[in-house]
Design a binder for this molecule. Structure first.
Ligand SMILES: [Mg+2]
Length: 305
């Protein structure tokens, strides 16, 4: 039997097959949190991301309310907008409503989605509706950023310091226990939009991404994109979360970023902790060490066997 490729390998394959001719308006293509589009003669860039939310993969109808599912669909996309240091402008939402949904459930879905849209200045500008056995939702979010200033994954250089926002592992813990503070953390993730803009405009972060699939896997991706390696210490943990959950648990949606050595990073931003967890080094790209020991990427990969 042939080995199944990982999600990272598949993305690489698609990226190689999809040509992006030089001189076109798409200045950053596949592989970052968002693509970057630069309209001719415009002062700013537009960033785009798309995300799927699938029943029994990303949520369960028994444990999530309709409003929570709607909110999550948009929040995941907004987290990618935050990772670029951008400001959300509009979204497009395609929903294949599960056969079990009724009008009330669908109203609840859009109520949750639109509450977060209003809170973040995101306009729901269109979409599509269909029916399917299970619920599928696909969302496209567009954001804006001053020309050439979007935060990317490929800018980390040896000597840069590595930071994370917040405390990690809360979402994985919430999923495991199904109640309490950690569960609320899991269902009501908060896209770090203001922090992303602060990292871009004030700290001049050299690289940034959101933590969707687990720190060990996402830091490896950042290092691969930048052609560097990383040395890290144990990250700050959500109360009650294990080190495993903090290192490999998905869906924390905090920001992972790097800054030049000597950059003054405050201990917190608007009440959210910013913690230094390591340093970028020269060496085999994608190599990540925890306290000197190679750290195997254990995060979430949809295509892992
Ligand atoms: Mg992302």
């Amino acid at each position: 039997m042939r080995a199944r490729p990982s999600e990272t390998e598949l993305i690489d394959r698609i990226r190689r097959a999809a040509e992006r001719p030089a001189g076109r308006e798409v200045v950053l293509g596949i592989g970052d949190d968002c693509a970057v589009y630069r309209p001719r003669r415009a002062s700013g860039d537009l960033v785009f991301t798309t995300d799927m939310l699938i029943e029994d993969v990303h949520f369960r109808r028994e444990s999530h309310t309709a409003a929570q599912v709607g909110r999550k669909a948009l929040a995941r996309g907004l987290s990618d907008i935050a990772a670029m240091g951008a400001e959300p402008r509009f979204c497009l939402v395609s929903l294949a409503a599960g056969s079990w949904t009724d009008g009330r459930w669908i109203d609840g879905f859009y109520r949750g989605l639109l509450a977060l849209a209003r809170q973040t200045g995101t306009v729901l500008a269109g979409g599509d509706l269909a029916r399917a056995g299970k619920l599928y939702c696909d969302i496209v979010v567009c954001g804006a950023v001053p020309r050439g200033s979007a935060l990317r994954r490929d800018g980390a250089r040896p000597g840069d310091r590595i930071y994370v926002s917040g405390r990690l592992g809360g979402s994985a813990l919430g999923l495991a226990v199904g109640k309490g503070k950690a569960w609320r953390r899991h269902v009501a993730l908060q896209p770090r939009l203001a922090l992303g803009r602060f990292l871009r405009a004030k700290l001049k972060a050299t690289a940034c991404m959101d933590l969707s699939d687990g720190l060990s896997l996402d830091l490896r991706r950042l290092c691969l994109a930048s052609g560097v390696r990383a040395d890290m210490q144990a990250p700050p943990r959500f109360p009650g979360a294990t080190l495993e959950q903090a290192l490999h648990g998905g869906e924390d949606y905090e920001l992972l970023f790097t800054v030049r050595r000597g950059t003054r990073v405050p201990g917190e931003f608007e009440g959210l902790e910013l913690t230094r967890i390591g340093e970028i080094g020269r060496g085999r790209p994608g190599d990540v060490r925890l306290e000197g020991v190679p750290l195997h990427p254990g995060g979430y990969d949809h295509f892992r066997a």
